[in-house]
Design a protein around this ligand. Sequence first.
Ligand SMILES: O=C(O)c1ccc[n+]([C@@H]2O[C@H](COP(=O)([O-])O)[C@@H](O)[C@H]2O)c1
Ligand SMILES: Cc1cc2nc[nH]c2cc1C
Length: 349
Amino acid sequence: MQKSFDNVKLHSISKEAQTKMQDKLDNLSKPIKGLGQLEYLADKLAGIEGTTDLKIAKRTCLVYVADHGIVTEAVSATSEPISNVLSENVAEGHACVNALAMRNNCDVKVIDVGLAGDYKTTKMANEKIQRGTKNMLTSDAMTREDAVKSIQIGYDTAKQAIADGNEMLLLGEVGLGNTSASSAIVATMLSLTVDEVVDKGSDISVKQFEHKKQVIKDILAARKPDQSDALGVLSKVGGFEIGATIGTMIAGAETGVPVVMDGFISDAAAVLAKAIYPEIADHLIASHLSGEKGAQRVLDYLGLKPLLQLGMAVGEGSGAVVALALIDDIQSVLVNMNTLQDLNFEYEN
Ligand SMILES: O=C(O)c1ccc[n+]([C@@H]2O[C@H](COP(=O)([O-])O)[C@@H](O)[C@H]2O)c1
Ligand SMILES: Cc1cc2nc[nH]c2cc1C
């Protein structure tokens, strides 16, 4: 049954578990707060999961893939909607995210929510809504109905992954042109200028970059997305994989399962999700600061601290998977370290 997505009850963050986690960390044989941001991470996970015994062993990166009609305006690495080629590579296990997931004990699941082209692999879930969005310079990217459908798919996919035993979900995507859509969303929702948010995406020439900025300005002038209508923004200048990402964030937040964001496309989805659920960022972990210019503004707006700053701009969930190493590190600390009491050590003040 289709949801309206404005009436899901979010799981409450446990302040009690957060306090217990900080006490636990303060009792370990290390300087107080010595693990810095890893302690912020542990507190955050404890609050989301409602326990100091973190559950993070089974995790899956959900990679939503779709095409964008805007690529025909020469804003991306190619002017053809051929995300199918890149997505098939992820589904077959040979992309960047797969190489990283192997080392970080993470499953990868690819979900087609709107690829334009065909593919041979049988390892991709087919939830195709349309064959790509429309060119948002000349018409809305998608209908409102399809925008809701995209959120629903991300919600249902996450709920199934959680029912299958996943204790943590990671976000990933492939979608040529989606840094243009994400920039349009972020500029609209945060009242920023295009120049403040747009970057080179999948790496384009300086000349093409100037053109990309102008195209996004023209899109905003033509579509006039209204920041008080998040679903309208998603349908006018969004993408199917961005909608699915929003749905997964909502499902995780409803269930008390942490959702690890990836890069700028996750950022844009989170901004829209926050418009529907102001508290959603409490349930999200910002894995890294994307190399895209607008990323810092978004994380500030969401009140999130990125675990890593590596200048990554791959997408696919690659940054989220890299951050799993840190999540596993803090878990190892919690499970394997001696306490101050074990050493009969006491702080004097
Ligand atoms: O995650 C990011 O921050 C990120 C930054 C730049 C590019 N990407 C990836 O590159 C594609 C979008 O770039 P573009 O230039 O086609 O808009 C898309 O498939 C994303 O997964 C991703
Ligand atoms: C090669 C390539 C790989 C990607 N993976 C995700 N987005 C991508 C965009 C490009 C261009």
